[in-house]
Design a binder for this molecule. Structure first.
Ligand SMILES: CC(=O)SCCNC(=O)CCNC(=O)[C@H](O)C(C)(C)COP(=O)(O)OP(=O)(O)OC[C@H]1O[C@@H](n2cnc3c(N)ncnc32)[C@H](O)[C@@H]1OP(=O)(O)O
Length: 417
């Protein structure tokens, strides 16, 4: 096979993106979607594999900043648009792109890479571990009520929240919604600080058929004229012999405080002629679970979401803080990025951390995938040890590290990329 792997040139984008669409089944994106993805493509960070004129492999790496425990926003490669032509599969094209990409990410000085996987089995071999899950819910709103024990108060003591329907793509609305989103980022590991342009993603309509659902609708929660929350959703009307049974398909819902948050959920539950709220990507610890009258009829389910890879173990572990004081030597195995292999002394607490190479014996040994899984606090090292994936060498080290790596707020990635 005579193929060439090279950095994407702007003139090649249409063939490159076309190859990606074909690898994902051949349904072309709409014009608006294509335009957005072209605008967002970072050419110098994208790779193509070419056989003559034919593009047979694609991979990109957005320059994100990822929120980690403690609130730091860490430069992170957002691995995306990975594909190999169906006629070139299982010949190592993906492996060659992952090799080049991780070497590049290291050169760019970004300690982390993240992705969402079309299939969970693909990326473990390259050192990616499951770092965050997403909660899905199908809520029977004909039976379930929002029933907070008491009306929550806002920080200023007032309770009044006014809901206002607005046009989702109005620039002033987008700006206000982005500000609400941005205020959440540091407080939840796994969220991405969006670069300019990404605010178009949640409202991208694209002209694609909605399977009977309405165009995107937006409702703001305001207090004293200030936007304190918003929701984006579609309404899919449906009727049968018994009457109306429409579905609210929830896109986004963010709020700055509990009063606004509860008001928005209450609104979604109360829309006439609907009896279901469908939410396919909520944080695993989304508080709506704690204000519903019947959690069983919410049909909650977890699924894999964000995969993470520590590209530079030392820098990655220093970038976050730790819930409790920790001083352990981690023996890290990393066959794909051997510069991470070896023993690292991690000393840290809630204020900060240092992580340096050491000649000391390890207290815990683990693969880089396990470190990845624990990194954002979404998977406990103790649970991984019970699965045989982390080994304790010094008694007590596992409990110490497992407590320290935990996060009070579940990591969550709000949207794909
Ligand atoms: C972040 C994202 O963009 S996720 C999107 C990923 N892309 C897709 O799913 C689009 C459709 N699929 C494809 O384009 C391709 O099948 C890819 C990209 C998943 C794999 O590309 P290939 O060039 O065939 O992979 P490559 O030959 O390098 O395989 C490397 C190893 O991964 C394994 N592998 C590759 N794809 C898969 C898969 N889908 N499931 C399980 N194992 C896989 C191979 O068997 C091989 O294993 P080995 O090292 O034990 O021999």
């Amino acid at each position: 096979m005579t193929t060439e792997l090279r950095v994407l040139r702007p003139a090649e984008w249409a063939s490159w993106f076309g190859a990606l669409e074909l690898a994902f089944g051949g349904v072309p994106e709409t014009g608006a979607e294509r335009a957005l993805w072209r605008d967002l493509t970072e050419f110098e960070r994208s790779l193509g594999v070419w056989d003559g004129e034919e593009c047979v492999g694609t991979a990109g790496a957005f320059s994100f900043r990822l929120s980690v425990p403690g609130g730091a926003l860490v430069p992170t490669a957002g691995v995306t648009m990975v594909s190999v032509a169906a006629t070139y599969r299982r010949r190592g094209v993906l492996t060659s792109m992952m090799r080049r990409q991780l070497d590049d990410v290291r050169t760019w000085g970004e300690p982390l890479a993240v992705l969402t996987a079309s299939e969970p089995e693909i990326y473990g071999r390259f050192g990616y571990g499951l770092a965050a899950q997403q909660l899905t819910a199908r809520i029977d709103t004909s039976r379930v009520r929002i029933a907070p024990p008491a009306a929550p108060e806002a920080a200023d003591g007032s309770q009044e929240v006014r809901l206002r329907r607005v046009k989702p793509d109005d620039p002033a609305v987008r700006e206000a919604c982005e500000a609400v989103y941005a205020a959440q980022v540091a407080g939840r590991p796994g969220m991405l600080a969006r670069r300019p342009g990404w605010e178009r993603l949640p409202v991208l309509d694209g002209g694609r058929p909605k399977d009977g659902a309405s165009p995107l609708q937006c409702v703001l929660a305001e207090r004293h004229g200030e936007v304190v929350g918003f929701t984006l959703f579609r309404n899919k009307p449906e009727w049968d012999m018994a009457g109306p049974k429409g579905t609210i398909e929830l896109g986004d819902l963010y709020a700055r405080d509990a009063a606004a948050y509860v008001s928005l959920w209450r609104f979604l539950f109360s829309i006439d002629l609907t009896s279901t709220v469908l939410a396919d990507n909520r944080p695993p610890d989304d508080p709506f679970q704690y204000v519903v009258s019947d959690v069983r009829r919410c049909a909650l389910r977890l699924r894999d979401s964000l995969y993470l890879r520590p590209v530079e173990v030392g820098a990655a572990l220093e970038a976050r803080t730790y819930r409790a004081p920790v001083d352990v030597v981690l023996g890290v195995e990393d066959a794909f990025c051997p510069w991470n292999e070896g023993n690292w002394r991690l000393s840290g607490d809630a204020k900060g951390a240092s992580c340096e190479r050491t000649a000391d014996r390890p207290d815990l040994t683990l693969g880089v995938r396990e470190l990845a899984a624990a990194y954002l606090g979404g998977t406990s090292l103790a649970a991984l040890a019970r699965a045989g994936r982390v080994r304790e060498v010094r008694t007590g080290a596992l409990a110490e590290a497992s407590t320290a790596f935990g996060s009070d707020v579940a990591p969550w990635l709000p949207h794909g990329f």
